[in-house]
Design a protein around this ligand. Structure first.
Ligand code: UDX
Length: 437
């Protein structure tokens, strides 16, 4: 099939390459010429395992192209909307300007029978507005809503082998017919036994934000338990293992630490609260405010713990921060807890040196005043305190003796509960973590 993908950021670039892998002819459209040039050259503009190989294969097959010119999408019959919906500056609500401009660029190209498929995370009600706009211009085109659930670091796997496919559609004959086009797009994925959930447009839009709200709540729940553990001398990692054995609870997303960040969970729960307010049901989501507060409190607690470890003041203390990305296997620093703690420490007078295997370039653009090092050992050289804030495998595997040889003080803070405390303590380190004695 001939497909177009509007928006070639994280979601769109991976989706476009994955659809070409599934055998479709795909044109990716983006307004940023440098992004398009990089993708055309087979270089993803961000770090994502497996994507360089997938892009190379798809470009080599001749089935994947990129352009800044929307009219290049005129041959396609199924058009995916994959643009970003960031948080508005100074507000909780989502900024829909990229969604609207992609739709406006697409409208003049639509032919009878074309299907527009929304994948972006949007406030519920947005799809209905887009559907109306499409009908005004091309009454014989249809809108479906098919949210994406990909995780950074696993984006290729999540796109080619998703846990489920959600099809949101109006209750009309023509919408049902349009959903058959989507079945054809995902024929291979459906043949693998991927569950398909059909829903109305409102439900399909809500599924995505509900899922992300649940995940954020799960993380904040365990971080709230970590606060209790800190007050009682209990161990949140053992608590998580123990409650996680209950299949109704499950162990995943119960890792306590500096909390969640990234381009999705924080802004999605906020946009969800803003939308609930507009709908007059803000009380239904008031718990998400608490989820957000617990999450932000962990960053403050991390700085406080650093102060305690440094004997009451971090002023002039040299601190190595290991990790800048919001999670391992990513170079994404959007709302990164690691970088937010690093910046806070620097603002409060510490001399902070940050290391990260992938995210240094992005971190430097956002926080040019921090000092950056290429390796953990470089960052830790002469440090009074080492803080592990993103659980990259190379940091988890660090040898206490190797680090001890370069630091000024053997003090380590484990912000992700990813190290083995005994290994560090027995090597003469002071080891502290969140929610763990
Ligand atoms: C998330 C959702 O998982 C994905 O389904 C959705 O499509 C986009 O948002 P992503 O932002 O890539 O994906 O990251 P995720 O793996 O969910 O982690 C989010 C944050 O939570 C990270 O900062 C991570 O470090 C943190 N986290 C995760 C925890 O603090 N504890 C955990 O147990 C799990």
């Amino acid at each position: 099939m001939r497909l177009s993908v509007f928006g070639c950021g994280y979601l769109g670039a991976v989706h476009a390459a994955s659809m070409a892998k599934l055998g479709h002819d795909v044109i990716g459209i983006d307004v940023l010429p440098e992004q398009v040039a990089m993708l055309e050259a087979g270089t993803p503009p961000f770090h994502e395992p497996g994507l360089p190989e997938l892009l190379a294969e798809a470009l080599g097959s001749g089935r994947l192209r990129f352009s800044t010119d929307a009219s290049a999408a005129s041959d396609a019959t199924v058009h995916f909307l994959c643009v970003g919906t960031p948080q508005k500056r100074g507000e909780f609500a989502a900024d829909l300007r990229y969604v609207h401009s992609a739709v406006e660029a697409l409208l003049p190209l639509l032919k009878p029978g074309d299907v527009v498929v929304g994948k972006s995370t949007v406030p519920v009600g947005t799809a209905e507005d887009i559907a109306e706009r499409i009908k005004e211009v091309q009454p014989d085109a249809e809108l479906l809503w098919n949210p994406e659930f990909l995780r950074e670091g696993f984006a290729v796997q999540d796109t080619l082998h998703p846990d489920r496919l959600v099809y949101g559609m109006a209750d009309t004959e023509s919408a049902r017919a349009a959903s058959q086009a989507l079945d054809e797009v995902y024929a291979e994925t459906l043949a693998d036994g991927t569950p398909k959930v059909e829903a109305d447009l409102a439900t399909a839009q809500l599924v995505k934000v509900a899922a992300n709200s649940f995940l954020a709540t799960k993380i904040s729940f365990i971080n709230a338990m970590a606060e209790l553990c800190e007050a009682t001398g209990a161990d949140v990692t053992v608590l998580a293992d123990a409650i996680g054995h209950d299949a109704r609870i499950g162990r995943r997303f119960l890792n306590a630490g500096v909390g969640f960040g990234g381009g999705c969970l924080p802004k999605d729960i906020r946009a969800f609260m803003a939308r609930a307010g507009e709908l007059g049901v803000d009380q239904a989501l008031s718990f998400l405010r608490e989820v957000d507060s617990i999450n932000m409190r962990r960053r403050v607690r991390m700085v406080d713990l650093a102060r305690e470890e440094c004997g009451g003041s971090i002023v002039g203390r040299r601190v190595a921060v290991l990790g800048a990305a919001f999670k391992p296997d990513s170079d994404d620093i959007r709302d990164s807890p690691a970088l937010s703690v690093a910046a806070q420490m620097q603002l409060q007078g510490a001399e902070v040196v940050v290391a990260d295997p992938q995210a240094i370039d992005n971190a430097r653009k956002k926080w040019p005043d921090l000092t950056y090092a290429d390796t953990a050992l470089d960052a830790a050289t002469g440090a009074d305190l080492v803080m592990v804030l993103t659980e990259w495998p190379e940091y988890v595997k660090l040898e206490p003796a190797a680090l001890a040889a370069v630091v000024r003080g053997r003090r380590i803070l484990d912000g992700r509960n990813c190290l083995v405390p005994e290994a560090w303590r027995s090597a003469g380190w002071s080891y502290r973590a969140l929610g763990r004695p």
